[in-house]
Design a binder for this molecule. Structure first.
Ligand SMILES: Cc1cc2nc3c(=O)[nH]c(=O)nc-3n(C[C@H](O)[C@H](O)[C@H](O)COP(=O)(O)OP(=O)(O)OC[C@H]3O[C@@H](n4cnc5c(N)ncnc54)[C@H](O)[C@@H]3O)c2cc1C
Length: 430
C-alpha cells in the first residue's frame, strides 16, 4: 500500500513545525495536517525565554515585539517590588506571527501542509499508521501528534495518562499608547494569591496580554482574580516604567500617571494547560506525542513552548533512527523525554509545592536575596535547571525530599481549602 508521506505531523504549533522542519531538512517526506488556516490566533503570553531560542535552529528575532528587562513582582497584589536585568530576560511575540514563521521555515525545508484538516484519530498495524479525518484517511510510516492540549492523536493512541489539568484565561488588552510604551520592557507577575495560581501582564508592541492561570480545580475563582488584577493595574501600588524599587518605595510605590487602565479587552479566552505528573510512555508503536499533546508544560510557570520545541526535535530524531533502521522502535523517544524533560518537569512540580506552601517567604527571598534573583535569571536563560536545586543539596538530598513531601501535603491542603471556600462563595445562601 502506498503512503501519503513517511511521517504525518498532526498540528502546526511549535512542536509540529520544529519536528517537520528537522525531518524535512534530512530529506524525509513530511505531511502536516492542521485544523485551522495560518496565520491563526493562539491564546498565549508568548514569552520566549533564551532556552527556547537556543533550541530553535534559525533566527526568530524578526517576530520579536518587545524585550523584557524588568519584572514587577507582587504577592496577591501586595508587597510590590521590581527586579531589573541589563540583559533581556525574555522576548515577547504574538503566536500568530511566531507560529507562522516556524511553519514557513518547515515548508521552505520541504514539508507539505494541508489546512482545515482536523485529525480525529489514528489506527495502526505492523506496516503503517492511518490518520483519520472527516474527509479521508492519510497513511504514513510514523505519526507525530503535535495537536495541542486536547490532542486527538494522544487520546486514540492511549497516551494521555498522568495528565493533571491546569487552566488559564488570557485577553489582549489595549491601553493608552504612552503607557504601553512606558511598560514595553516590563512584565508584571502576581503570585501566591491562591495555591498554584498566578497572574501576568506581558508587553506587546501595541497592547498588553493579560492573563491568570492555576489548577483547573480552582477555575471558579479565576475570573474574580482576573478582575482583581485589572483593578490593581488601574489603581494599585504598581511601579512606574522607569522607577527603581528604591525610588518607588520612596514615593510609596504609587505614581498614578503610570497606572494601566484598560481601553478594550479583546479575545478573552480560556485554554487548558496540561501537566504530566509522572514519567510514562510518549510513544505507542508508530505514534509519538510532543508538546502540549504529551502534557509537557512547566507546572510552576506554565511555560510550554520550550518543551514543545525540544520534544518536537526529539520526536524527529527518533523518527530518523527508526526510518533509517538504526533503531527497531520509537522507544528511544519515550526514554529521552522521560530522562531529559520529565526529570526537569517533576522537579518543577516539587518546587511548585514548596512555593505553594510558603509563597510569601519565596516572594521576599526573590526581593531581598541577589543570589536567588540571579538563579531565577539563570533558569530563564537555561543556564541552570530546576534539577540543580536538588543537586545543590548534595549529601543532604534526603532533607530536600522531606521538604518536598511536607510541602506537597501543605500545598494540597491549601488548594482543597481554597477550592471549598470559593465553592461556598459561589453557592447562593439559603
Ligand atoms: C494563556 C496561556 C499563556 C501561555 N503563555 C506561555 C508563555 O508565555 N510562554 C510559553 O513558553 N508557553 C506559554 N503557554 C503554553 C504554550 O502556549 C503551549 O505550551 C504551546 O503552545 C504548546 O505548543 P504545541 O505545538 O504543543 O501546541 P499548540 O501551540 O497548541 O499547537 C497545536 C496545533 O495543532 C492544531 N490542532 C489542534 N487539534 C488538531 C486536530 N485535531 N487536527 C489537526 N490540527 C489540530 C492547532 O490548531 C494548533 O495549530 C501559555 C499557555 C496558555 C494557555
Amino acid at each position: 500500500m502506498t503512503t501519503d508521506a513517511d511521517v504525518i505531523v498532526a498540528g502546526a504549533g511549535p512542536a509540529g513545525s520544529i519536528a517537520a522542519y528537522t525531518l524535512a531538512r534530512q530529506g524525509i517526506s513530511v505531511l502536516i495536517l492542521e485544523k485551522t488556516q495560518f496565520p491563526r490566533y493562539k491564546v498565549c503570553g508568548a514569552g520566549l525565554t533564551h532556552k527556547i531560542l537556543a533550541e530553535i535552529p534559525f533566527d526568530v528575532s524578526p517576530v520579536f515585539e518587545t524585550s523584557v528587562h524588568n519584572i514587577v513582582f507582587s504577592s496577591g497584589f501586595k508587597e510590590v517590588f521590581k527586579r531589573t536585568s541589563a540583559e533581556p530576560m525574555l522576548y515577547c511575540t504574538m503566536r500568530d506571527k511566531f507560529d507562522h514563521f516556524l511553519l514557513r521555515k518547515a515548508i521552505e525545508a520541504g514539508a507539505k501542509i494541508l489546512y482545515d484538516v482536523k485529525v480525529t484519530g489514528v489506527k495502526q498495524d505492523q506496516e503503517m499508521a492511518v490518520v483519520e479525518t472527516p474527509g479521508r484517511s492519510y497513511c504514513s510510516r510514523l505519526v507525530i501528534g503535535a495537536d495541542g492540549a486536547s490532542s486527538a492523536v494522544a487520546r486514540s493512541a492511549d497516551l494521555r495518562k498522568h495528565i493533571m489539568p491546569g487552566l488559564a484565561w488570557e485577553a489582549e488588552v489595549t491601553a493608552d499608547p504612552a503607557i504601553v510604551k512606558a511598560y514595553s520592557q516590563t512584565v508584571f507577575l502576581d503570585w501566591g494569591a491562591f495555591p498554584g495560581g498566578y497572574g501576568w501582564v506581558f508587553p506587546k508592541k501595541d497592547h498588553f496580554s493579560i492573563g491568570v492561570g492555576g489548577p483547573a480545580s480552582l477555575t471558579k475563582g479565576m475570573m474574580n482574580y482576573y478582575d482583581g488584577l485589572v483593578a490593581y493595574l488601574a489603581d494599585g501600588p504598581w511601579l512606574s516604567g522607569s522607577g527603581t524599587a528604591a525610588t518607588n518605595a520612596a514615593s510609596g510605590g504609587r505614581n498614578r500617571a503610570y497606572s494601566i487602565r484598560v481601553f478594550e479587552t479583546l479575545s478573552m479566552k480560556a485554554w487548558p494547560i496540561p501537566v504530566r505528573v509522572e514519567k510514562s510512555l510518549f510513544h505507542n508503536a508508530r505514534v509519538m506525542v510532543a508538546g502540549d499533546a504529551g502534557g509537557l508544560t512547566d507546572p510552576l510557570t506554565g511555560e510550554g513552548i520550550y518543551y514543545a520545541v525540544r520534544s518536537g526535535k526529539l520526536a524527529a530524531e527518533a523518527s530518523l533512527k527508526f526510518l533509517g533502521s538504526a533503531a527497531p522502535s520509537l522507544a528511544s523517544y519515550s526514554e529521552a523525554v522521560n530522562d531529559e524533560l520529565m526529570t526537569e518537569l517533576l522537579e518543577a512540580n516539587r518546587i511548585k509545592y514548596l512555593f505553594n506552601a510558603v509563597p510569601l517567604k519565596i516572594h521576599r527571598l526573590v526581593r531581598d536575596n541577589d543570589r536567588v534573583w540571579r538563579a531565577f535569571g539563570k533558569v530563564l536563560r537555561g543556564e541552570r535547571w530546576y534539577a540543580d536545586v536538588r543537586k545543590g543539596f548534595g549529601k543532604w538530598k534526603m532533607l530536600w525530599r522531606l521538604t518536598c513531601l511536607i510541602s506537597k501535603w501543605v500545598s494540597d491542603y491549601r488548594e482543597k481549602r481554597f477550592a471549598s471556600r470559593i465553592k461556598h462563595q459561589a453557592e447562593p445562601s439559603q
